[in-house]
Design a protein around this ligand. Structure first.
Ligand code: ADP
Ligand code: MG
Length: 267
């Protein structure tokens, strides 16, 4: 099934300018400046504890993470910092969590139908008009992701394997068609075949919907599967390198060690 939606005519969907983020008194992210063009595919790589999940949670609007006063973040031309977490999600920002939450009483179908109706709030232009039609649509998407269609009728993440949870996150992405999809460690729990399926689904969103993808991981081995346009390295909350796939060769040859010195020099 073909996905369809207009892409945006702006040069930068998400723009971070001198972003410094604190939790209480502790500074976790230091002076980050990055631009994400609409429809581009980005990877942020870094060892554990470098602030990757903090960046993802901060962008999604987690209240514990606070930007310093001179930080600027725009999303689709709007000041992201003035939007609540709910407004961000309705504006098209989606975060797939590192650890998806299990909600046994809530059926996947009902959960997705609710989020779908919120995302596409105008019932007249919404492609799927009824929950019955929506269920059929979900089943088609599930087959494309090699996800058992009967999981749609189960409780959210209830009895799901690690790989099934991640595929459901991707299914949710296909349903919500966000402008920006942030995937935090989507690779954990996925085998090589599932990784390839996920990569194909993300490229489909990128190409058919114009979704900007931000994949966050500490595994440089998986990055080639996703063929990103841009690769950045985050260490100790600092952006220490930025480039294309060629940057991977340096990481593959030297690990993160060569960048650690840079993180100290930047500070
Ligand atoms: P990564 O995802 O790259 O492994 P995190 O963003 O989870 O890194 O963590 C980066 C640093 O920020 C760690 O030192 C972590 O302990 C700290 N940190 C993250 N969230 C909080 C929090 N809510 N309170 C205190 N420290 C935090
Ligand atoms: Mg993390």
């Amino acid at each position: 099934m073909k996905l369809s939606s207009p892409t945006q005519g702006i040069s930068s969907l998400l723009s971070l300018q001198h972003l410094t983020v604190k939790v209480g008194e502790k500074t976790i992210l230091h002076d980050l400046s990055m631009d994400f063009a609409p429809g581009s595919f980005h990877v942020i790589l870094g060892p554990n504890g470098s602030g990757k999940s903090t960046l993802a949670s901060f962008l999604a609007g987690h209240p514990d993470y606070v930007a310093a006063t001179d930080s600027q973040v725009t999303f689709g031309g709007q000041n992201l910092l003035s939007l609540s977490a709910d407004q961000r999600s309705r504006a098209g920002l989606f975060l797939a969590f590192q650890q998806p939450v299990m909600v046994p009483g809530l059926r996947v179908l009902n959960f997705l139908w609710l989020t779908y109706q919120r995302r596409f709030s105008d019932a007249a232009t919404r492609p799927q008009k009824t929950i019955v039609a929506f269920r059929d649509y979900l089943k088609t998407l599930a087959v494309d992701l090699d996800l058992k269609p009967e999981l749609i009728d189960r409780g959210l993440h209830e009895g799901f394997s690690g790989g099934e949870k991640k595929r459901l996150e991707v299914l949710q992405l296909m349903v919500l068609q966000p402008k920006l999809a942030i995937l935090d460690e989507i690779d954990s729990g996925l085998d090589v075949d599932a990784l390839k399926l996920t990569a194909a689904a993300l490229h489909r969103l990128q190409n058919e919907i114009g979704t900007t993808i931000l994949l966050i991981t500490h595994h440089q081995q998986i990055v080639r599967t996703f063929k990103p346009d841009q690769v950045r390295v985050l260490i100790q909350g600092k952006l220490v390198a930025s480039g294309d796939m060629n940057l991977l060769e340096q990481i593959e040859a030297e690990g993160f060690n060569s960048f650690k010195t840079l993180a100290t020099e930047v500070s």
